[in-house]
Ligand binder design. Sequence first.
Ligand code: CMP
Length: 692
Amino acid sequence: MEYIKFCGTTICERLHRTKFLRSFSENDKYTPSDADMSLKQGSGTGKVHFGGLDDVSLYGTPVEPAPPAPDAKQGFLRNQLQALFQPTDNKLAMKLFGSKKALMKERIRQKAAGHWVIHPCSSFRFYWDLCMLLLLVANLIILPVAISFFNDDLSTRWIAFNCLSDTIFLIDIVVNFRTGIMQQDNAEQVILDPKLIAKHYLRTWFFLDLISSIPLDYIFLIFNQDFSENFQILHAGRALRILRLAKLLSLVRLLRLSRLVRYVSQWEEVYFLNMASVFMRIFNLICMMLLIGHWSGCLQFLVPMLQGFPPNSWVAINELQEAFWLEQYSWALFKAMSHMLCIGYGRFPPQSLTDMWLTMLSMISGATCYALFLGHATNLIQSLDSSRRQYREKVKQVEEYMAYRKLPREMRQRITEYFEHRYQGKFFDEEVILGELSEKLREDVINYNCRSLVASVPFFANADSNFVSDVVTKLRYEVFQPGDIIIKEGTIGNKMYFIQEGIVDIVMANGEVATSLSDGSYFGEICLLTNARRVASVRAETYCNLFSLSVDHFNAVLDQYPLMRRTMESVAAERLNKIGKNPNLVAHREDDTTSEGNTINAVVNALAAEAEHVSLSDDSVARLSERSLGLALQPLQAASCRMAGVALPGLGVAAALPRPKSEHDFSSTQAQPPSLSSVGAAFHKSDAGIAP
Ligand code: CMP
């Protein structure tokens, strides 16, 4: 029988496993068809390969070597079983390997490790662990009750239950010897070598698992029976003592708790992340507390029972020796819980020494559980709203600082208000958070965060998305309070601002408010364009949420998008003109003697004028009629749009023009060319209600 090794995609594998496999098992020979002509015969090995490729598919994905064609149903079963032992793309595997490709590689690695090694990420291990978890919980609840409250140590159902669970736990040891071992979160470190697995297991949990699985009590009883029969000294009293010892030995099974803790913590890690994991931990802790309470209750009864219920024991005092087991259990549990929660001693305080020691034991275990529970619950509550906690801590620190520096009351008030407005009750180190993201993700998050700004700033709204993204990723969020001087006239500027929310006044040297800008507008650009000093002061009228762009970023971005620079320059020139300063201060405006520069500006102005349906007068801009512009500049317009990435679909679409908005035209009385004034009005939507 020939062994076919396909090096293709999954389809090839499936093909092999179904059609080809079937034909082999039926006919036990292979006849090459036309389609198989590209297959080449592996020299001497009887293997057939796809030309040139070996362990890698056409797409670079490693391909599982196809299994040898089975010659019987047994082979099929074996394959199925082995597939069950292989890692599947479950949550654990994906967490460990990250991709399906890596998972495929791991499958190959596992195959190489040996046929009967179970991968920790396999479906088999998942279901096995699940079953073990259920069995463990059942064991840990039923065993103490049966040992303490039932005297049927040698009854058939009790022996059957014990034998069945002991057998399964022994099988678990065998399974553990064949299960790969995960070390940390490193896929490469899954130990798959059977020898290493055995060594690791022997060094760690093996002995505890073994002791908790061996039916020591039965072994002891069997040996004792032989001994007693041989020497004929089995008295009733001795038999009782032997049974009691067997009972104590059977308590060893409770060491299975270690397995429960192991399995639960492993599941917790993989299947419950972040918040869920904290809740899960609390849930586990509550379950553990209840389990310890249950055990303690059983122990409260077991000890007096082993002593033969002395008259001063709590069982005798409560006259529970002959009561129904549920009544005995309820009183025992009540007593244990009372100690554990430090509420009392149950019905009566301990009278005997044994009772007192038992009470102390359950008090200690209860207090420990209680402390652990409190710790975890506090942790949970804190992690529920860590940003709010951080904010409170920050505010507390600031308050202490203000007191330490003895700041005046009014300043303290302003600082507190600033914090409230700036952080809104939550504190995030946004730079650190964003810095930890991938570049693409960071860009996406920033773009998303700035969506309202981009939508409200016409300068962005109609610009190329690349330009917007370039600018937006470099913005810094800043908050100013009413009355703050954001920009001081005559100073050297190193950033410009976009207004997300709020109103600012442009204040002249004589204190006169030239205009007001609000949401979606920008200011501080003239200084960056001209490399001169600030031409006016800018004062916050209300709380202002601004985004600043530093001069370096400003120049870097605008160098790449020259038309955006021109647009800004044209607006700047107009602003300068409005406040009675020389519009030629703006460098490019001055240099724009080229026909291209003129025409771009003309296009910009004409479009803006059209946007507001302002009839142009006989000034320089109006001289360019819409029609003639349209005809003369169409090729140029297309080119400049491409160059700058501005969406200018046609001369008739004024909305495409990126403009600042919300500027308040203050200077209708000022001496300036009427044409520019009217164009200015067209550029800047007046913000009713904020008139100076
Ligand atoms: P800059 O000179 O850097 O600093 C002051 C800013 O006020 C200035 O840039 C412009 O952005 C802005 N500004 C000046 N005059 C006006 C105006 N008439 N309309 C709107 N904004 C203006």
